[in-house]
Unconditional design. Structure first.
Lengths: 291, 418, 267
């Protein structure tokens, strides 16, 4: 439609675009610029070219952060999706109890990460936590140090994250399951197909778009984990849970290296860009396939 | 729907506008406000807040507002970014290792010329004068606040049962730890894998972290010996390396001690009162053993006044600091927390009252001051500690990397420009 | 039978943690130290809650957090409406560019932009202020798209009729279109409100005292180091922190669920 006055669309968009420019695009530019300097906020900045990037690569920090982030994210995504799908299948039924459980699982998604992190910090306490207590009761030996063992900590944190975000996958899968026509399922049942065969041949293929969506959005979201790491392990022990955002935060606020932090953030952004691009391409092909 | 939304937005923006910039509030009329950022939790926090209230109640010129900022590292992070953002408090306290850096960045107010400061009869080992090499030659920018040395805590009951006494050197440390270790039940020794304790060991082995010529030596051979001692004790099963990072590890170590899982630990004198209060056995404090000699670093924090604050506020901050250094306050602080009293007058008074006779544990850290080693006045000390050495200590002990390699790597990194 | 067991397990996994949190908050310190895994408190007490209320200016934190979250959600909707409308209904030069710009910002998450944004706000003296907490989130690109999406379904004839009656575009956007979008707007509002209420990262970076500090941050600070973590107090604080989110959830479950699925399939 033509606007009533020619300038209408512009002032309608102006606040939005202004905000976005000031708080998104301009900072991105500043970030890139700062990554070429060495600066500790208190003294003057010094131009160092690509030194920050080189230092990140050489010290192995970039690789370490990337593998830590990626492996934790993969665990979180796979875990929450598997649990979400299983729960969706289990709870996709009428009745108050099922509804109550759906609510319970989703409620974990609604509370803050801080709540969940503090809660599990207590539950996973090596000596006084209930998990350790259970372990001692069942296995009789000293419980593993869930959050203090560098080999266990990332999985513990990932596990906590799965607990929190399974609700997200659950809701989306439930919604996707609504799209599976019950007539087809009934027909398959009449043909004598077992429940697992029904799932494999009817439900699962029809859930593909949902699955893809949940996978990619969860992956992108889990790449941005921060709160749970900050509250539970502060990136430790021995940096085994230092994910990207935490690494940038630490570089900036605890080590006061603005340049290095910016360089790491730029790399992080590039990776996110790639992931988002991949999601976009995947969806394009999904849509054209469906069409 | 719409009117409500517009109303919400309008009132929200108004509320946001009302709340304004970096100002602080609730200061009584006519008083100079002093914002104090501190990093204690638990009992220490209560004591500090109590002393602040006492100051505010006893005079009507100044008003100190104390704000909690998290642990030392979180607090330091907040402080530095606040300085950069122009939003810094007037007064705070920081770890000794970071004072040279802040002084060099020109953000600390020199205190020597303020009335009454030079007259404070601070114990030299705890003041700027002897806490750093040639500390006395520089402008006075730091006053001791909660100062400590590492000490050993022994499970008095266990030691009495086995007839053992506090180890006096490394060999005894090992044999006592071995005697007290019971597989799968108890470790003879526990110690946080932390820079502070490692520096103590380096000193005991006869080395220094930074050589006299300024080279970052990390103790050279002494550094390796120090780290290897830990590795051997852990490998042989006599020592439990507590998990967790920074002060989580210290806390864990304390819990191990309290629950009887570690018969003897190294920790700070700062936890003396806490451990005595919560242990179900007799707690005996002892000095650290000697390697080639006895040596301990000092720890804890110093008061600093930020240069960027307004002059009246800085003057008020100094008045508060003088109050905190009066014997009454020094005694209250140290007897309730376990930190070392920082003025000679306070120590004399405590001795006069027979306090140390009744509380021998409190005397341990004080006695160790005679073998306290100063820190190098190095701008990079903090960075060295946190970024370079600490993670490598952890990986050497918790992941078994070779001590020599790890320290060599650290030394090389220390040479690189930031 | 098997199904019952699995359902019970699910209930246990997702409900027990909350229960444990509540039980812990009612135990005295002594029991926490000496019998932490005992199920029920021997001498339940509200001391932990008293302690939390005594040491923290909870009302202030509550207010800060609520004002911040409300303002962000309200601001986002207020700006998304005209922008979404322009993108959905109006023809003008540069439309494609505007659209692309908004899409581009979807790719710049808070954690990437926080370094420069913090520095910018510092220079503008907005550190440790509510404005500093609100402004960076004033616009939601996703919200704009959802509004646009929803508006595409509104027939042009309605707008033309309103124009003929002499209505200004502003009137059309806020008084005609908005009511039509109520379900979308409510979901958007709730979702934004809750996620910003829960935000920890940005307040951590930006605030330094109770002036602008938010509740999640304050409760996280309860985890005090150095002289023994007092879990009953931390859990009491945690209960206080979780209740509002759970309350909103209980009251508005449908809308929240729709918010999640709509983001999924909206566009």
């Amino acid at each position: 439609m033509k606007p009533s006055r020619r300038t209408d669309p512009y002032w309608m968009l102006l606040p939005t675009l202004l905000f976005l420019f000031v708080f998104f695009l301009f900072p991105l530019g500043m970030l890139i610029k700062q990554s070429f300097f060495s600066w500790d906020l208190l003294t003057d900045a010094r131009y160092v070219g690509l030194a920050n990037y080189r230092a990140l690569l050489r010290s192995g920090e970039l690789l370490h952060t990337f593998t830590t982030t990626f492996s934790m994210s993969a665990a979180v995504v796979l875990g929450s999706m598997a649990a979400g799908l299983a729960l969706a299948l289990l709870l996709d039924r009428p009745g108050r109890f099922a509804a109550f459980l759906r609510g319970a699982v989703f409620s974990a998604y609604v509370v803050s990460w801080v709540s969940v992190a503090l809660l599990f910090l207590w539950l996973l306490d090596a000596d006084s936590g209930i998990f350790s207590g259970l372990w001692r009761a069942v296995c009789g030996s000293r419980a593993p140090n869930w959050l203090g063992d560098p080999a266990l900590a990332p999985w513990a944190v990932a596990g906590v994250s799965v607990w929190k975000i399974t609700g997200y996958a659950l809701v989306l899968f439930l919604s996707g399951l609504q799209d599976v026509p019950s007539s087809v399922l009934e027909a398959a049942e009449l043909d004598g197909a077992s429940p697992s065969a029904r799932f494999r041949n009817v439900t699962w293929p029809l859930l593909r778009p949902t699955t893809l969506f949940v996978a990619t959005t969860s992956l992108i979201a889990s790449f941005q984990l921060f709160d749970v790491v900050r509250v539970m392990t502060q990136g430790g022990p021995v940096r085994s849970t230092t994910v990207f955002v935490y690494a940038v935060y630490e570089q900036l606020f605890l080590d006061l290296r603005v340049g290095r932090a910016s360089a790491e953030a730029v790399v992080f952004f590039a990776i996110l860009l790639l992931l988002t691009g991949a999601q976009f391409v995947l969806f394009r092909s999904q849509e054209t396939e469906a069409a | 729907m719409i009117p409500r939304r517009e109303f919400l937005r309008a009132s929200a923006l108004a509320a946001a506008g009302l709340v304004g910039a970096c100002a602080t509030d609730a200061v009584p009329e006519g008083r100079t406000p002093v914002s104090l950022w501190f990093s204690y939790g638990g009992t220490n926090r209560e004591v500090l807040e109590g002393l602040v209230r006492r100051f505010n109640a006893r005079q009507s010129r100044d008003y100190v507002q104390a704000v909690y900022q998290g642990d030392y590292f979180e607090g330091l992070a907040k402080l530095r970014t606040a300085i950069a953002a122009g939003c810094a408090p007037t007064l705070s306290h920081v770890l000794g290792e970071v004072v040279p850096y802040l002084a060099n960045a020109n953000v600390l107010e020199p205190l020597g010329d303020y009335p009454g400061v030079r007259e404070l009869d601070l114990i030299p080992e705890l003041g700027q004068e002897r806490s750093w090499l040639s500390g006395g030659a520089r402008p006075l920018v730091a006053l001791p606040f909660n100062r400590s040395t590492p000490i050993a805590y022994l499970n008095g009951d266990l030691f009495a049962q086995t007839g053992l006494r506090a180890p006096r050197d490394w060999a005894e440390l090992r044999s006592v730890a071995e005697r007290l270790s019971v597989p799968r039940t108890r470790f003879g020794f526990g110690c946080p894998i932390n820079w502070w304790f490692w520096v103590a060991l380096v000193g005991q082995a006869g080395g220094t972290v930074v050589a006299a010529d300024g080279r970052v030596s990390l103790g050279d051979e002494a550094g390796v010996l120090a780290l290897s001692l830990w590795q051997e004790l852990v490998r042989d099963g006599f020592m439990k390396p507590p998990p967790g990072r920074d002060y989580n590890a210290w806390e864990q170590c304390n819990q191990d001690f309290l629950s009887g899982r570690a018969a003897m630990i190294w920790s700070s004198t700062a936890f003396l009162k806490y451990l005595e209060a919560h242990a179900r056995f007799r707690v005996v404090a002892a000095p650290l053993p000697a390697g080639r000699k006895r040596a301990v670093p000092t720890g804890g924090t110093f008061w600093i006044v930020l240069r960027g604050a307004a002059s009246e506020q800085k003057a008020a901050a100094v008045r508060f600091l003088r109050f905190m250094n009066e014997p009454e306050q020094v005694i209250e602080w140290s007897t309730r927390t376990g930190y070392i009293p920082v003025t000679r007058a306070a120590v004399k008074e405590l001795e006069r009252r027979g306090y140390y006779a009744d509380h021998p544990n409190d005397a341990v850290a004080l006695e160790q001051l005679s073998v306290a080693e100063p820190w190098p006045w190095s701008v990079d000390l903090f960075r060295l500690q946190r970024e370079i050495v600490q993670p490598r200590l952890e990986s050497a002990v918790l992941e078994g990397r070779d001590a020599r390699d790890v320290l060599r790597e650290a030394r090389a990194l220390a040479l690189e420009p930031t | 039978m098997m199904r019952r067991a699995v359902l019970a397990l699910v209930a246990l996994i997702w409900l027990f943690p909350y229960l444990w949190m509540g039980l812990t908050s009612l135990k005295p310190l002594d029991e926490i130290i000496h019998s932490p895994t005992a199920l029920l408190p021997l001498h339940p007490s509200f001391d932990a809650y008293r302690d939390v209320f005594r040491t923290l200016p909870l009302a202030r934190y509550f207010l800060n957090t609520s004002v911040m979250a409300l303002s962000i959600a309200a601001l986002q909707i207020a700006l998304a409406l005209p922008a979404g409308y322009a993108l959905a209904k109006l023809r003008f030069r540069g439309k494609r560019l505007a659209f692309a710009l908004i899409v581009a910002t979807l790719l710049v998450p808070a954690q990437v932009r926080f370094v420069p944004v913090f520095l910018m706000l510092a220079r503008a003296h907005l550190v440790n202020t509510l404005s500093g907490l609100i402004l960076p989130f004033g616009v939601s690109a996703l919200g704009t798209f959802l509004v646009r999406q929803a508006l595409l379904n509104v027939p042009d004839s309605q707008i033309e009729a309103a124009r003929i009656d002499g209505a200004s575009e502003l009137y059309i956007v806020y008084r005609l279109m908005a009511p039509l979008l109520t379900p979308t707007l409510v979901s958007l509002f709730l979702f934004s409100f809750i996620s910003h209420w829960n935000d920890y990262f940005w307040p951590l970076v930006l605030t330094t005292d109770e002036h602008a500090r938010t509740l999640p941050l304050a409760i996280a600070l309860l985890r005090e180091q150095g002289s023994g973590v007092r879990w009953h107090i931390v859990m009491a604080g945690n209960v206080i922190l979780s209740l509002p989110a759970l309350a909103v959830f209980a009251a508005a479950q449908r809308h929240l669920l729709r918010a999640v699925t709509e983001r999924g399939f909206g566009g």
